[in-house]
Write a protein that binds this ligand. Structure first.
Ligand code: ADP
Length: 359
């Protein structure tokens, strides 16, 4: 037994992983778990708790709480009285002929843990700063986004007024126009709601959406503007089984934005050449949706500039639409880019992984 104790003491003295200068050596103790007694404790252990032998291992260990599981290294404990952090390693070792006891090593990792927490805090505040600038962008874009349903509502209410002024009032038609007004008003409020969620980075409600339905909804929303601008639409048949996972309102809004830009780009295109082509094709694990126009073409060879906030060539533009569209695409693990068409006009591409889940 004496030899064994000797061996254990030597093992204990060899064990401490006190590799960093100034770092405390590990506290080591050996416990007979059956009898709940401490067989050995090194000086660090005595320093950690001088009453160890008196109170026994159970009461000593009850002073520690395990680090919450999420994203943390297992086996790291916090001493509830001192607040210091320890990594616990345990091993069963032979003690005498037939018994096994537990050798426990408590390595003080408080400094590393604090350094890690500091790094995480710094990362979080950098993240926060970039979120704030995105928030400023989105806030000013909101006005831009909301303008579209409001314009449509204005047109419909004017139509209602005209219908009501007519000598013979057509109730069915008025009801139909009011229903369209209602749809646009609901749409405006959902844009605000979704953008608010997006800003606060609460989880979206990702759900599987057939790409065909997303394209159809975007075209539906853009239809009054497309018709007013006398633009013909070529929407290529999208296979029913092409599905993406994401936030419907944000994805539709992204496509509506591209459609609206295409409309603006075709203002000076001869009427019979104004055409918008939307297609969706599966490409290596992702779905690429393209929105092509026959407009004025990209205003600069530096295509990336279009996606930077406040870049605009329009008299009343804010230059935020594409920047927001790109952040929406990226929040779905996707990409958004543009290229000029050989035959004139521009094409914007949205690629979303088939399995993408909104962040
Ligand atoms: P805004 O529409 O307020 O200008 P966007 O970020 O949506 O802001 O667009 C930035 C710029 O990108 C536009 O001002 C325009 O110069 C260019 N652009 C966007 N879409 C097209 C397009 N389909 N064809 C040509 N240029 C485009």
């Amino acid at each position: 037994m004496h030899a064994m104790r000797q061996k254990t003491r030597q093992l204990a003295d060899d064990a401490p992983p006190a590799l960093l200068p100034g770092r405390p050596r590990a506290a080591i103790y050996i416990v007979d778990e059956e009898r709940q007694i401490v067989l050995y404790a090194n000086p660090e252990m005595h320093r950690l708790d001088s009453r160890l032998a008196e109170i026994g291992p159970h009461a000593f260990e009850a002073q520690f709480v395990r680090e919450p599981a999420a994203g943390c290294v297992s086996g790291v404990l916090r001493h509830t009285v001192t607040g210091r952090w320890y990594r616990l390693q345990e091993e069963s070792i032979p003690w005498g002929r037939r018994r096994h006891v537990k050798l426990k090593v408590l390595d003080d990792v408080t400094e590393q843990k604090n350094a890690r927490m500091l790094r995480e805090q710094r990362r979080e505040s950098a993240h926060q700063a970039s979120r704030l600038s995105t928030l400023a962008e989105i806030a000013s874009t909101l006005a831009h986004e909301i303008n579209q349903p409001l314009t449509v509502i204005t047109t419909y209410t004017e139509a209602c007024q005209r219908l009501l002024q007519a000598s013979k009032i057509d109730h069915a038609e008025i009801i139909a126009v009011l229903a369209k007004c209602h749809t646009q008003a609901v749409r405006a409020s959902s844009i605000i709601e979704r953008l608010r969620e997006f800003i606060s980075q609460r989880r979206h409600q990702p759900a599987p959406w057939p790409v065909a339905a997303l394209v159809a909804e975007a075209l539906d929303v853009g239809r009054p503007l497309l018709e007013a601008a006398q633009i013909s639409v070529d929407s290529q048949q999208v296979a029913d089984d092409l599905v993406v996972i994401g936030d419907r309102i944000l994805l539709v809004q992204l496509l509506v934005n591209l459609i609206r830009n295409a409309i603006d780009a075709m203002r000076s295109t001869p009427e019979n050449e104004r055409r918008l082509t939307i297609a969706a094709t599966p490409e290596a694990g992702e779905i690429q949706i393209s929105v092509a126009d026959r407009g004025c073409g990209l205003p600069t060879p530096d295509v990336e500039a279009l996606f930077t906030p406040f870049y605009t060539t329009k008299g009343e533009g804010l230059g935020l639409g594409l920047a927001i569209c790109r952040s929406v695409a990226e929040s779905h693990n996707g990409r958004l880019w543009a290229s000029g068409n050989a035959e004139g006009g521009a094409t914007f591409f949205l690629a979303i992984p088939v399995e993408a889940v909104a962040a």
